[in-house]
Design a binder for this molecule. Structure first.
Ligand SMILES: [Fe+2]
Ligand SMILES: [Fe+2]
Length: 180
């Protein structure tokens, strides 16, 4: 079972249009390597990219944009392949937030064919942090929003779940306590 955050749709279902668009990437070793790296909270880089890919696809489809490019570039947009929490930039190198989109695009070009549109989506997904990397396509504006939205969900939802589990535990303890 493969889900995007907040969705119950099984994205490994071969009958889904979404699955048809990204099936080769979902089985690709380089893409799967992202499972080894944490991203936001408990979310791996792979899960984050899957989240962004699916909601990119949905929004692009809703606005009659290129849903294939949205889905594929979404799944590849953070393919930088290192743990950014412990990554130390080389002397003179800028921080991860500024450089990882370029690093991801380099890795993507080494492993896959990407269209100009897909390259733009990957390279400029951090706009406006990279203020000079101006989005050229509407699909790129979609990922700029979706990436931030997913990042927020990935950070906030697990915290709410933790609080929920804590409240449940307290409730169970209170029920077990001897009644006076
Ligand atoms: Fe990113
Ligand atoms: Fe991202």
């Amino acid at each position: 079972m493969l889900n995007a955050i907040g969705s119950k749709v099984d994205l490994s279902d071969k009958d889904l249009v979404y699955n048809h668009l990204v099936a080769d990437l979902l089985e690709n070793e380089t893409v799967l390597k992202m499972k080894e790296f944490p991203h936001h909270g408990d979310t791996t880089c792979f899960q984050h990219c899957l989240n962004v890919s699916y909601y990119n696809y949905k929004l692009c489809r809703f606005f009659s944009l290129n849903e294939r490019a949205g889905a594929r570039a979404g799944l590849l947009h953070d393919l930088f392949l290192y743990d950014w929490h412990t990554y130390k930039p080389a002397k003179g190198e800028r921080l991860h937030g500024f450089t990882h989109a370029g690093a991801a695009l380099k890795n993507v070009r080494e492993n896959f064919y990407v269209s100009d549109l897909e390259a733009d989506i990957i390279e400029k997904h951090m706009f406006p942090l990279n203020i000079t990397a101006l989005p050229k396509y509407r699909e790129t504006l979609v990922i700029v929003l979706v990436d931030k939205y997913c990042g927020l969900l990935e950070t906030v939802i697990p915290r709410f779940q933790k609080v929920g589990r804590g409240i449940k535990k307290l409730g169970a303890k209170a029920r077990k306590a001897p009644q006076e």
